[in-house]
Design a protein around this ligand. Structure first.
Ligand code: SAM
Ligand code: DTB
Ligand code: SF4
Length: 339
């Protein structure tokens, strides 16, 4: 199927893999009438995926709180009084016990998150053993540990890591408003180390931090013009946590959130687009709109890292109502199938 999409300068083929998305292109997508934007997102989604399938990931915080960074959205920063207790890195055995439970509940991917600026080598030894153990259970593995050096990424690859999550969060020009303890280039450098090590990239951002539409455009344009599209693109709705600097901003606009998902789907057609944080406060109708806009992955289970997520019962009821099912193929299978 060949469908064309108009950009200010030229006509391009919808669904083609492009790495030269400009701000102007992405701005034009966001500016489309909502029904038109969703229609295009659906066309692209169906070129690579079954629109009734949703990939299920489970998230576990393996090291919670006490983080030295100052990310304004984050309940785990040691700088904000959010009531999150700092804890030490979990034992390998305790993590594997959680992974077994996740597998029994139907998860395809197990994501482990640590509240670090970057991992110390001794901690990385333990994380490598966790990755080996989770993989041996037949689950895809993902970790998010903060910034990595090239050798650290290579060690994780050698342990069998499938995905590394490292978000850009917002547009480059908006980054300093949200985080002062690192710069955008630090994030891009880690993404390059991960990619060069042969690990699949999970990289996205947050909507609802008081950013402008142009910041959302800038985030999507940056992600879609990376040397390769991230295999997973988590789009988080800000979870406003008391004690963080962003706790008291206005409520995020759901239509803008859905537009951001649609723009991610259209610009990164083969990627898993994850409807990530923020589902706890979303109606069934809002989540359905996100799926219609091309989201095809969620976090399953009652907790994200420190904040609530809809439980399995609520999610099962939603899937049943929508006639949607868990995806059993992995995203790497999908990429191979499309080649
Ligand atoms: N410390 C590592 C890092 O920053 O990359 C890994 C863990 S960090 C919690 C992972 C991601 O969670 C962040 O990049 C951010 O996008 C998301 N996140 C954290 N707090 C959030 C919140 N309150 N609402 C939405 N997303 C949030
Ligand atoms: C991502 O983009 N979202 C997840 C995962 N990657 C690690 C984390 C969401 C965290 C939400 C706030 C919390 O629960 O602490
Ligand atoms: Fe630390 Fe990550 Fe939270 Fe930033 S987002 S404060 S780096 S845990």
């Amino acid at each position: 199927m060949t469908v064309t999409i108009d950009t200010p300068h030229q006509t391009r083929t919808l669904g083609a893999l492009r790495y030269d998305w400009t701000r102007e292109d992405v701005r034009a997508l966001f500016a489309r009438p909502f029904p038109e934007l969703l229609f295009r997102a659906q066309q692209v989604h169906r070129m690579y995926f079954d629109p009734t399938e949703v990939q299920i990931s489970t998230l576990l915080s393996i090291k919670t709180g006490g983080c030295p960074e100052d990310c304004a959205y984050c309940p785990q920063s040691a700088r904000y009084d959010t009531g999150v207790e700092a804890s030490r890195l979990m034992s390998v055995e305790a993590v594997l016990a959680e992974a077994r439970t996740a597998k029994a509940a139907g998860a395809g991917r197990f994501c482990m998150g640590a509240a670090w600026r970057s991992p110390k080598d001794r901690d990385l030894d333990s994380v490598c053993r966790m990755v080996e153990g989770v993989r041996a259970l037949g689950l895809e593995t993902c970790v998010t540990l903060g910034m990595l050096e090239a050798e650290q990424a290579q060690r994780l690859k050698a342990a069998g890591l499938d995905y590394y999550n490292h978000n850009l969060d917002t547009a480059p020009e908006d980054y300093g408003r949200i985080i002062s303890t690192r710069i955008y280039q630090d994030r891009l450098d880690t993404l390059a180390h991960v990619r060069d090590a042969g690990i699949a990239v999970c990289c996205g951002g947050i909507v609802g931090m008081g950013e402008t539409r142009e910041d959302r455009v800038g985030l999507i344009a940056t992600l879609a013009s990376l040397p390769a599209h991230p295999e997973s693109v988590p789009i988080n709705m800000l979870v406003q946590v008391a004690g963080t600097p962003l706790a008291t901003g206005g409520k995020p606009d759901l239509i803008e959130f859905v537009r951001t998902i649609a723009a991610a789907r259209i610009t990164m057609p083969q990627s898993m687009v994850r409807l990530s944080a923020g589902r706890e406060d979303m109606s069934e109708e809002a989540q359905a709109l996100c799926f219609l806009a091309g989201a095809n992955s969620i976090f399953y289970g009652e907790k994200l890292l420190t904040t609530p997520n809809p439980g399995a019962t609520r999610d099962r009821a939603l899937f049943d109502k929508l006639g949607m099912v868990a995806m059993h193929r992995s995203s790497s299978d999908m990429t191979q199938a499309a080649e």
